[in-house]
Each structure stands twice: as structure tokens, then as C-alpha cells.
Design a protein around this ligand. Structure first.
Ligand SMILES: *[C@@H]1O[C@H](CO)[C@@H](O)[C@H](O)[C@H]1NC(C)=O
Ligand SMILES: *[C@@H]1O[C@H](CO)[C@@H](O)[C@H](O)[C@H]1NC(C)=O
Ligand SMILES: *[C@@H]1O[C@H](CO)[C@@H](O)[C@H](O)[C@H]1NC(C)=O
Ligand SMILES: *[C@@H]1O[C@H](CO)[C@@H](O)[C@H](O)[C@H]1NC(C)=O
Length: 512
């Protein structure tokens, strides 16, 4: 009671509004109104409103009279409000409406007689099951149509043929089993039909889309890459399908294709991606690869072959990959890594080799590496030779290997090292290891050291922070060295405490 009285006094002053802002609404400016928890479209919305946002409300039915006073609306977003039905012609008189979003409601069909001014229509997360040609009649300005997560089982694209300006179409998550053409959408740049049940497309289904740049078909039942894809394509997503084979010959007209995502399929070999001259990203994670892909595109910058069954890495596959920056080979069965195999990759900054069967750090890795991940291998020794050229290395992960000793000289050659993961190794906490600890502290590297496995009296001690080991080795250290140790000690203790994000699985691979 009191509050509304105050509002009544205040609102006429507010931004020069002549009417009051309705209850449960905010009127940011004369033109923009946001309402929450309302039971109908509020009657007192200023007739000047251009943008109306309603969410988390309960409005089962929309009708013509809801909008008759606010016919200048340009943007109407009504979401999460349980709306089930819309009276015929409700939006027809909104002749300036450009954006209509009715997502997360319970609509069973597309509202009728939408105004021809409409540019964006989003109806995701409803219960729409059928698209009618009449739903889209006259929408010559519509650029964006999003009907994801509805109940559409089949689409005949001819129903969309009046959408001559459509640039972006999203039909993800509909359980669609079939689609049929012809696809007459001359301006379409983005088409997404992820997470449906599509198993094939007729021969030239996509060919008419002469401006298509992004095609997303992840999460379907495709056994083949669709044929005759448009030449304009830049990005093709086909993850989580049932591809067993990929024939780059059928794709070689895709001269501008830059990203190809094929993870989570059943590919056992990949050969000839070089036919795609502009390919920069190739993702092949979680397939059945037993060998590295052969004859790759020379412009490749990112290659993801993680989670396969690759055993050997040799120079053969990498000779021409001069632009490669990111190489993911984690979780394979790599036991052989030829010395200098990546020598030609003079831009490589990120190499993921965790969860493999390596018994030593590969020799002659590119000196451009910023991040090297060798977690979970069988490495026992870390020699000076393997790391000495890695002047750019910032992150080195050797967690969960079989390393028991680390000479401090190994680290002297790594001037930029910031993070070092050494835990999960059977450390022999000798006084030599303590010297390494001191060298690391002096460098200011953030270290996860882990625990001693030997000698018996130090078992379970954390070797980067234990005072016990320090005392035991006192005789070995000069007094000057001891002083240094004490001064730096606090820092390491801080690092090993909670709160510092040293989680090595946090992965920002664009490191500089
Ligand atoms: C490929 O990209 C270039 C440069 O953006 C563009 O001029 C050309 O038209 C594109 N080719 C096709 C087939 O779309
Ligand atoms: C694709 O490659 C050709 C030559 O190989 C080049 O002329 C063209 O600009 C490239 N397109 C893009 C988008 O990079
Ligand atoms: C490692 O790869 C195998 C084979 O693709 C996969 O089944 C497994 O889930 C992966 N493990 C992890 C931790 O990702
Ligand atoms: C630890 O290192 C010491 C000194 O090098 C050596 O004598 C001892 O055998 C090593 N212990 C283990 C378990 O490797």
C-alpha cells in the first residue's frame, strides 16, 4: 500500500513518463518495459513502449486486446511464462514489430498472421510439432528463425520458401527424422539441425544454399558426409554421428572450408584432408583412429586427435604443417614418438600428450612450445637434453608419471616456466631434490610438488613445503642457501593452499 503510493508520486517525474509504470514492471525509459511475475500483459504499459520484455510469468493465453494499446512495439520478448495459445491475428497490427521471441513456453503452433516487418522470430523450447506454409507467408524481412527444442518430426523446406531474406535457421533438438527440399533460401548463411535423428540427405539437398557458411549437424545418425555441400561453406560440424569413412575427394570443392568437426564418430583412418586448402581446424577426438591422419592441410592450426588409439607419432604426418599451433594427442596409446617428429611445426605452442604410454619426454620438440602436457604417462627420467630448447615453455605437466628424481639443471633452461605439475610421482626426497626445490622457488615458478615415496622416514611428506626434509638436509646446505630458503618459504606454502587456481585441467590454450 505504502510502496505503491510512493511509486505513484515518483513515476511521473521519472524520465518524464506521463503514465505510471505498471505493477511488477520496470520502465527503464519511456520506450522500454520489463515485467516479471505478471498474470497477463499489463494494461497500463505506456503506449510509447517500443520494447516489452516479460518473463517468469503466468500468461496462458495471448489475445489481440493485449497489444492494441501498444502498437508501436518493435521488440516483444515473452519467455518462461507458460503461454499455451495465441489468438489468431494477435500480432498482425504490430506493424513495426521486428523482434518476436516467445521461447520457453508451451506453444503448440506458430502464431498466425505475423507482421511482415518481422526480422527475428525465436520460438525455442515450446511444443510446436508442425510447420505450415501459411505460418511464414509474407515474412520477407525475416532474417533469423529459431525453432529449437520443439516437437517437429519432419520438415518440408518448401514450407519456408517465402522466407527470401532468411540468414539463420535453427532446428536443433526436435527429434526430426527426415527433411525434404527444395531448400529455396537464397540468403541462408547459418543452418543448424543438431541433435535430431537425421540419417541421410537426398543427393543435392544443400546445393541450392549458395551462401551457406555454417552447417551444424552434430548429434544425428549420419553415416556419410552429405554430398554436394555448398562451396561457400566455412564451418562444418558433424560430431556425434556414425561416420565410418570420410572421403575428402567429395569435398574438395569446399575451397573456403576452415573448420571441420568430426569428433565422436567411428572413423578408423583419415587421409587426404589436404584437398581442403583452407582448413585450419580439424577435430577428430573420440574416433577409432589407430594412426595419425595422413596428408593433412598445410594451413592447419589446430588438430585434435585426442581419445583415439594412435600408437606412433612420426615426422611423416607433420612435414608440411608449418602453421600448426595446437596439437591434441591426449588419451591415446602413443608409445613411440620419433625425435624431431614435430620439427617442421615452427608455430606449435600447445602440445597435449597426457594419458599415453610414453616412457620419456620426446626429443627435439619445437622450441615454440608454451604448454606441454605429459600427465599420466610412464616417464621415469627427465633429462636436460629433452627440455633444454624449450625457451618459451610456460606450463609443464608431469603429474602422475614415475619420476623419482629431478636435477635442478633441467629447469635452468626454462626461463619462462610459470606452472610446473610434479605431483603423483614417486619422489625420492634426497637432499639433491631439495636443491631443485630451492631453484624452483628462486625462479618463482608455481609448483605442485607432491609427496615423497622415499626415503622411509619422509614418506607422505610434501617435498615442496616439508620442514622435516629441510632439517634433515641442513648439513648439505650452506648457511647462505638456508637464509634464502626461509625467506621464500611462505610463498610456496601459499601456493599449495586452497584458493589458488592451479587446476591443470583448466585449459586456456591461447597462452602467450
Ligand atoms: C571464398 O572466400 C573468398 C574470400 O573471402 C571469397 O571471395 C570467395 O567468394 C569465397 N568462395 C566461395 C565459393 O564462396
Ligand atoms: C582459400 O584459399 C585460396 C587459395 O588457396 C585463397 O585465395 C582464398 O582467399 C582462401 N579463402 C579464405 C577464406 O581464406
Ligand atoms: C580415452 O579414450 C577412450 C577411447 O576413445 C575413451 O573410451 C575414454 O573414455 C577416454 N578416457 C577419457 C578419460 O577421456
Ligand atoms: C633414493 O636416492 C638415494 C641417493 O641417490 C639412493 O641411494 C636410494 O636408493 C634412492 N631410493 C629409491 C627408493 O630409489
Amino acid at each position: 500500500m505504502h510502496l505503491s503510493y510512493v511509486l505513484l508520486i515518483l513515476f511521473p517525474l521519472y524520465n518524464g513518463l506521463s503514465t505510471t509504470c505498471p505493477r511488477r514492471c520496470n520502465c527503464d525509459s519511456i520506450q522500454s518495459v520489463q515485467c516479471y511475475r505478471v498474470l497477463q500483459v499489463p494494461r497500463e504499459i505506456p503506449s510509447t513502449a517500443r520494447r516489452l520484455y516479460i518473463s517468469h510469468s503466468k500468461i496462458r493465453h495471448l489475445q489481440i486486446s493485449d497489444f492494441s494499446r501498444i502498437s508501436c512495439l518493435e521488440e516483444l520478448i515473452l519467455s518462461c511464462s507458460g503461454t499455451e495459445s495465441v489468438e489468431d491475428n494477435t500480432f498482425k497490427a504490430l506493424r513495426t514489430l521486428k523482434i518476436l521471441e516467445l521461447w520457453k513456453n508451451k506453444l503448440r503452433r506458430i502464431p498466425t498472421s505475423l507482421p511482415s516487418s518481422l526480422e527475428v522470430l525465436k520460438l525455442g523450447d515450446n511444443s510446436i510439432s508442425v510447420l505450415h506454409e501459411s505460418d511464414f507467408e509474407g515474412l520477407k524481412k525475416l532474417r533469423v528463425l529459431d525453432i529449437q527444442n520443439n516437437l517437429i518430426l519432419a520438415v518440408s523446406f518448401s514450407t519456408l520458401s517465402s522466407l527470401c531474406s532468411l540468414q539463420s535457421l535453427t532446428l536443433d533438438g526436435n527429434n526430426m527424422e527426415s527433411v525434404s527440399g527444395p531448400l529455396k533460401l537464397p540468403e541462408l548463411k547459418y543452418l543448424s539441425m543438431e541433435n535430431n535423428k537425421l540419417h541421410s540427405f537426398s543427393g543435392s539437398f544443400f546445393a541450392p544454399l549458395q551462401h551457406l557458411q555454417f552447417l551444424r549437424l552434430t548429434g544425428n545418425l549420419l553415416t556419410k558426409v552429405p554430398l554436394n555441400l555448398p562451396k561457400s561453406l566455412l564451418s562444418l560440424k558433424l560430431e556425434r554421428n556414425q561416420l565410418k569413412i570420410i572421403r575428402f575427394r567429395d569435398m574438395k570443392h569446399l575451397e573456403n572450408l576452415s573448420e571441420l568437426f568430426l569428433s565422436e564418430n567411428q572413423l578408423s583412418s583419415v587421409d587426404g584432408a589436404q584437398l581442403l586448402p583452407n582448413l585450419t581446424t580439424l577435430e577428430l577426438s573420440r574416433n577409432h583412429l589407430q594412426t595419425m591422419p595422413l596428408r593433412l592441410s598445410t594451413r592447419l592450426q589446430k588438430l585434435d586427435c585426442s581419445n583415439n588409439f594412435i600408437q606412433r607419432v612420426t615426422a611423416q604426418g607433420f612435414q608440411d604443417l608449418r602453421d600448426l599451433k595446437h596439437l591434441f594427442l591426449d588419451n591415446n596409446t602413443v608409445s613411440t614418438f620419433e625425435a624431431g617428429a614435430l620439427h617442421a611445426c615452427a608455430q606449435l605452442s600447445n602440445l597435449a600428450l597426457e594419458q599415453n604410454l610414453l616412457i620419456s619426454i620426446p626429443l627435439r620438440l619445437p622450441d615454440t612450445l608454451a604448454r606441454l602436457d605429459l600427465k599420466g604417462n610412464d616417464i621415469q627420467d627427465v633429462g636436460e637434453r629433452e627440455l633444454k630448447d624449450l625457451k618459451q615453455l610456460q606450463v609443464l605437466n608431469l603429474r602422475n608419471n614415475k619420476i623419482s628424481a629431478l636435477d635442478r639443471k633441467v629447469l635452468e633452461n626454462l626461463p619462462r616456466l610459470r606452472y610446473l605439475y610434479l605431483d603423483g610421482n614417486p619422489w625420492n626426497c634426497t637432499c639433491d631434490l631439495l636443491r631443485t626445490r630451492r631453484a624452483l622457488m628462486a625462479k618463482g615458478t608455481d609448483v605442485r610438488g607432491g609427496q615423497c615415496a622415499a626415503p622411509a622416514e619422509s614418506q607422505g611428506e610434501s617435498w615442496m613445503s616439508s620442514k622435516k626434509i629441510l632439517q634433515r638436509c641442513e648439513d648439505h646446505l650452506s648457511s647462505a642457501e638456508r637464509g634464502k630458503e626461509v625467506r621464500k618459504k611462505m610463498k610456496t606454502d601459499d601456493l599449495s593452499s586452497e584458493g589458488v587456481n592451479m587446476d591443470d585441467d583448466y585449459y586456456d590454450y591461447e597462452i602467450d
